[in-house]
Write a protein of this length. Structure first.
Lengths: 193, 419
């Protein structure tokens, strides 16, 4: 039977390994795009490889010379680093945020991540390390800020920031064969068009 | 035929109903249900799904899973049986007239067999053969006049009792006129969920009672007894002792797509769906602006009826009615909309057309939802696919879209076994 090539285990492996097929969001790639991990990173210049594009200091001076986002606080206030107006969050949608704290001193050893509005706190960090936070975007600001009460000279250095729309994890997609069959049947109808 | 702009194919469970198209995720449906619910999983077993998680439910024939799952959306229901799986509990009364109380725990052997949830928690009830339907294993449930109550229970026969009948009586406990629903069921060697016709309590009646007896079988396996207020049975709700009952909350799925997703000038909305019951209040699927004034809709009505149409600024531009053979079986339904060109297709046939009518102004349509547009008349049923095409398909394409792709596809959709 032709369908046997799409048995569950085969397709599960394909979903898990053939990620390159998902980089092009065509019809076949759409099934891979069901995975959160295959969603686009909506943070611009997430690895700071393109200068300070998409980033700014928040009462702090931004230095991206090491391909990280390093800010040095210039005022005794709540300060840190923020994205700068080029992201595309949608209100009410759930996102997965990951980032690394490379270094931190003073008041910026710990802090909170907020939407632009102070009332919309989405998570926190405490010390150097990697963080994963799931959150629902509530405002229309399309901005994230890493902030803490700081003193002049305090440092925060972040890198590898990723924000992806939350869709499925692989183990949530349990009817893989059914999905693959529908994709292929529909594609064949389109070919015969 | 062009590929759909938006497609919901049930393949995943989670906090949304995940649409495979568009790949951006903008077509995902927001989903909500407060609290847990159960489903039939891919192994054919009853499985609890946690708070806020959607359900993939697998179809079964003769105790085996056949084919692909559907998304199950159900209304709120209250399980009124206090101990739905523990028939040895004192909440279940055992009459010495109809129950052999010398066996096991007052006539019940608890946890003696693998139940439909895959664990060893099914009980055996031991009968004394007699014909009094009131003198057996029974439980009283809270009920009030003029309301309907639907009962269900999983039963299985063993050994020489296979092929013999047991009787289930559901009746009003007191007050009002004598009202009862008596069911006589022949045991098989498989677990079967017996769904009993609803009991409507007469005026003046108070509470209800369900009892199990047999004049033929000396015992049977029993699991998952449920009484719920409503005219039809829904998915199993376990209750492990809550005297007030256990509620499964209503499910809502909406918020798929946005203004950029939908073409306000023309398109097709297609659904492969089955209802939970043939006759009830409207259960709708629609593309709308979040109101009932601007919408393309399909909904189940009463007596296997299906309604579909297009309403612009509160005025019907097309309104079709048809009657399905059985709305609880899967049907493929599509409505085409375009200025002066509207039609309804069901299972490969055009069942209505209207060549007069206007259409929406640009950027009107913003959402595909399992409701009538404004959040009312939620869809309750099973969904195998939803497709939205952003162009008006040809008749040939609509015929193809709403037809079964193969004989086995049709048989599976109608839950027939091919031998």
């Amino acid at each position: 039977m032709a369908n046997e090539i799409y048995n569950t285990s085969w397709w599960g492996v394909a979903l898990d390994t053939a990620r390159t097929a998902g980089t092009n969001p065509d019809f076949f790639g759409s099934q891979f795009k069901l995975l959160t991990s295959e969603q686009d990173n909506i943070v611009v210049n997430a690895d700071f490889s393109n200068g300070n594009t998409g980033w700014a200091g928040d009462d702090a001076t931004l230095d991206v010379s090491n391909n990280t986002g390093k800010v040095t606080v210039n005022s005794n206030t709540e300060a840190g680093i923020k994205t700068s107006g080029v992201n595309s969050f949608t209100q009410g949608k759930e996102y997965k945020l990951t980032f690394d704290i490379v270094s931190a001193t003073g008041g910026l050893v710990s802090g909170t991540i907020k939407e632009y509005s102070n009332s919309n706190i989405i998570g926190s960090w405490n010390g150097v390390g990697s963080y994963t936070i799931y959150f629902t975007y509530r405002s229309s600001s399309s901005q994230l800020r890493w902030l803490s009460s700081s003193s002049v000279g305090d440092i925060l250095e972040i890198d590898n920031v990723s924000v992806q729309l939350v869709r499925c994890d692989l183990d949530q997609i349990e009817a893989k064969k059914c999905l693959a069959d529908w994709i292929h049947t529909t594609a064949l109808k389109d070919l015969n068009n | 035929m062009a590929k759909p702009k938006l497609a919901l194919i049930p393949a995943a469970q989670g906090s949304k109903l995940f649409s495979v198209l568009p790949s951006s995720g903008v077509g995902d449906f927001d989903f909500s249900r407060s609290g847990k619910a159960t489903r039939i999983n891919s192994q054919g077993l009853i499985e609890t799904v946690s708070n806020g998680q959607s359900r993939l439910n697998y179809p079964m024939i003769d105790g085996k899973v056949v084919g692909c799952p559907s998304h199950l959306l159900e209304p709120q229901r209250l399980q009124l049986i206090q101990y739905s799986e523990e028939f040895d509990n004192a909440a279940w009364s055992k009459s010495a007239v109809g129950i052999d109380t010398s066996i096991g725990a007052n006539g019940i052997n608890p946890n003696v067999a693998i139940s439909p949830d895959g664990t060893q928690n099914a009980d055996r009830v031991n009968f004394l053969l007699q014909s009094d339907l009131d003198s057996g294993l029974f439980d009283i449930f809270a009920a009030s006049q003029n309301n309907s109550y639907s009962a269900s229970v999983f039963l299985k026969g063993e050994g020489s009792n296979i092929g013999k009948k047991i009787s289930i009586r559901v009746k009003r406990l007191s007050g009002g006129s004598f009202t009862t629903v008596d069911t006589h069921y022949t045991l098989t060697d498989k677990w079967v969920r017996l769904e009993i016709n609803p009991l409507t309590l007469p005026i003046g009646a108070t509470n209800g009672i369900i009892s199990f007896t047999s004049s033929e079988a000396t015992n049977c396996l029993i699991y998952g007894c449920q009484i719920e207020q409503g005219s039809y049975v829904t998915s199993y709700i376990p209750n492990y002792g809550n005297g007030s009952g256990v509620t499964r909350s209503a499910e809502v799925a909406d918020g798929s797509g946005d203004a950029a997703t939908f073409n306000d000038s023309e398109g097709v909305l297609m659904a492969e769906i089955s209802a939970l019951v043939n006759s009830d209040t409207p259960r709708a699927i629609s593309i709308s602006d979040g109101t009932i004034s601007n919408r393309i809709y399909i909904y189940y009505s009463t007596s296997n009826g299906i309604e579909a149409g297009v309403k612009v600024s509160g005025t019907d531009q097309a309104a079709f009615s048809s009657t399905l053979t059985d709305s609880t079986l899967f049907n493929k339904i599509a409505i085409k909309f375009k200025v002066n060109d509207f039609s309804l297709w069901i299972n490969g046939f055009e069942l209505g057309s209207d060549l007069s009518g206007s259409i929406f102004t640009a950027n009107t349509l913003t959402e595909l939802a399992f409701d009538l547009g404004d959040g009312s008349n939620d869809f309750y049923g099973n969904t195998k696919q939803i497709q939205y095409h952003n162009s008006a398909l040809t008749d040939s394409e609509l015929e193809t879209l709403t037809s079964w792709t193969s004989f086995s596809d049709m048989a599976e959709g109608q839950l027939y076994t091919i031998e």
